[in-house]
Design a binder for this molecule. Structure first.
Ligand SMILES: [Zn+2]
Ligand SMILES: [Zn+2]
Ligand SMILES: [Zn+2]
Length: 397
C-alpha cells in the first residue's frame, strides 16, 4: 500500500499508467494475502497430520509390545514343556536301561519262535500242581481238587433231622482234640450233613472215628459224577442212541483194548448249534473213554467226522450269570448283561455297541482286580473257582 501512495504522488507519470500499475499492485497484494492464508492452512494440516501419525505410532507400538509379550509367554511355556519332556525322556531312558530292553526283546523273540504248546485237557491240567498264587487272588467258593476230602454223614434213624446229625457229630468228632482241619460243614438234602475237610488224611481220621464211636451215624463217600464231553456240530437226525452206537461201532481209533461192556456213555443234553440242522450233544462217559476221546480230539458220527472237546460240568445261570444253578432255579429278579453286568440282555447292551471293554458281573461282585472280560469268558477268575469246584465232584480217573 506504501507503493500505491508513492505512485499517486508522482507527477510525471500519466494517469492511465498509474491506474494500471495500481490495479496490478492490488492483484499482487491479494495474491500475497491468499498465499499467506494457504500457508497457514497448510501448517495447521501438517500439525494435524503429525498428531495423527504420532497416535498411530503409539498404537502400533502398543500392539507390538502386546504381541511381543504374548510370544514371550508362549516361549516360556514351551520352555517348561520342553523341560518336562526332557525329564520324561531321561526317566524313560533310565527305565529302559533297567529293563535291559535288548535282552528282553531277545527273550520274547525266543518265546515267539517256539511252537505253540498243545492245549492241555482238564485231567492233565488237574494233575499239574496249581499256581497257588493265582487261585488265592480270586475270591470264590473254597474248593479242594480231587476226591476224598468230603464225607457225607447221615443218621441211621430216618426221623432224625440234619440238626440231630450235627449235634451227634459235635459230640463224637472233637476237631480240636483230634487235630483235624474241617473247611466247612453244611446241611444237605435227605437229613444229611456234608463235611469238607482240608485233606484226605483228615477226612479218613474223621471217618474212622465215626465208625468206632459214631453209634447211630453212618458215613458215605459223595457220589462222583462221570466226566462230560461235547461233540461239535452233529446232524440232528442222529438220535441219542445213534450217537452212542456210533462211538462204539465207528471209532476204532478209540476202541483198542477198551471193554465196551464196562464203558458207560450217555447223551445228557444237546446244545444248540449255529446251523439249525446240527447240534452239540453233551455226553457223560466213563473216565477211560473220556481220556481216549480227549486224546483223539475227533469222533465219527454217522457220515460226519466231528471234533470232541472236554465239557465243564459247571452250570451257569443264563439270567443272573451266577454259577451253580440254572435259569429255572434263579432267585434274581432281573436279567444281567454278560458284557457290562447291567440290568439288560447282552443283545441290547449299549456299552457293547459303543465298543466299550467288557466288565464281568461276577468278578465285580467278588471284588476282583481283573474284571475286563465277559461273564462267559474262560479268563474269568470267579468262573475258574466254580469250575474247579464242579470238577471236584467228577471222577476223571
Ligand atoms: Zn441265576
Ligand atoms: Zn450291557
Ligand atoms: Zn469274571
Amino acid at each position: 500500500m506504501g507503493a500505491k501512495s508513492e505512485l499517486e504522488s508522482l507527477k510525471n507519470i500519466s494517469k492511465e499508467v498509474k491506474e494500471s500499475v495500481i490495479l496490478k499492485l492490488q492483484d499482487i497484494s491479494e495474491l500475497a494475502l491468499r498465499l499467506d492464508e494457504s500457508r497457514s492452512r497448510y501448517v495447521v494440516e501438517l500439525e494435524r497430520e503429525k498428531a495423527r501419525r504420532a497416535a498411530e505410532l503409539e498404537a502400533a507400538e502398543k500392539r507390538f509390545n502386546r504381541i511381543n509379550q504374548e510370544n514371550l509367554d508362549r516361549y516360556s511355556k514351551m520352555e517348561n514343556k520342553m523341560e518336562k519332556l526332557l525329564a520324561e525322556v531321561a526317566s524313560t531312558k533310565e527305565m529302559l536301561g533297567q529293563m535291559r530292553v535288548p535282552e528282553a526283546l531277545a527273550e520274547i523273540r525266543k518265546v515267539v519262535a517256539r511252537p505253540a504248546p498243545r492245549i492241555m485237557n482238564y485231567a492233565e491240567a488237574a494233575a499239574k500242581p496249581k499256581t497257588a498264587a493265582a487261585a488265592a487272588k480270586t475270591p470264590g467258593p473254597s474248593t479242594r481238587l480231587g476226591t476224598g476230602h468230603t464225607l457225607i454223614v447221615a443218621s441211621k434213624f430216618e426221623n432224625h433231622t440234619a440238626e440231630h446229625v450235627i449235634t451227634k457229630l459235635r459230640g463224637v468228632v472233637d476237631a480240636r482234640e483230634m487235630g483235624v482241619a474241617v473247611d466247612r460243614m453244611r446241611k444237605a438234602r435227605g437229613q444229611k450233613v456234608v463235611l469238607s475237610c482240608s485233606s484226605v488224611e483228615d477226612a479218613k481220621k474223621i471217618e474212622e472215628r465215626l465208625k468206632i464211636r459214631g453209634a447211630d451215624l453212618k458215613v458215605a463217600k459223595p457220589e462222583m459224577r462221570l466226566p462230560t464231553v461235547i461233540i461239535r456240530d452233529v446232524l440232528r437226525v442222529n438220535s441219542d442212541e445213534d450217537i452212542v452206537r456210533s462211538l462204539r461201532t465207528q471209532n476204532r481209533h478209540l476202541s483198542e483194548g477198551l471193554d465196551w461192556d464196562k464203558v458207560r456213555a450217555r447223551v445228557c443234553y444237546r446244545r444248540r448249534a449255529r446251523n439249525d440242522l446240527e447240534c452239540h450233544p453233551v455226553l457223560e462217559v466213563s473216565p477211560e473213554l473220556y481220556h481216549r476221546l480227549i486224546k483223539a480230539g475227533f469222533v465219527y458220527v454217522g457220515l460226519q467226522r466231528r471234533p470232541v472237546w472236554d465239557q465243564s460240568p459247571l452250570v451257569q445261570c443264563s439270567r443272573c450269570l451266577g454259577y451253580g444253578h440254572g435259569k429255572r432255579f434263579c432267585k434274581e429278579v432281573s436279567e444281567r448283561c454278560a458284557h457290562c453286568g447291567g440290568e439288560h440282555t447282552g443283545i441290547t447292551c449299549r456299552a457293547r455297541k459303543d465298543g466299550e471293554p467288557p466288565k464281568c458281573v461276577n468278578c465285580t461282585k467278588a471284588g476282583c482286580e481283573d474284571t475286563a472280560h465277559g461273564a462267559f469268558s474262560s479268563e474269568c477268575g470267579v468262573r475258574a473257582k466254580w469250575d474247579d469246584m464242579a470238577r471236584s465232584k467228577v471222577a476223571y480217573c
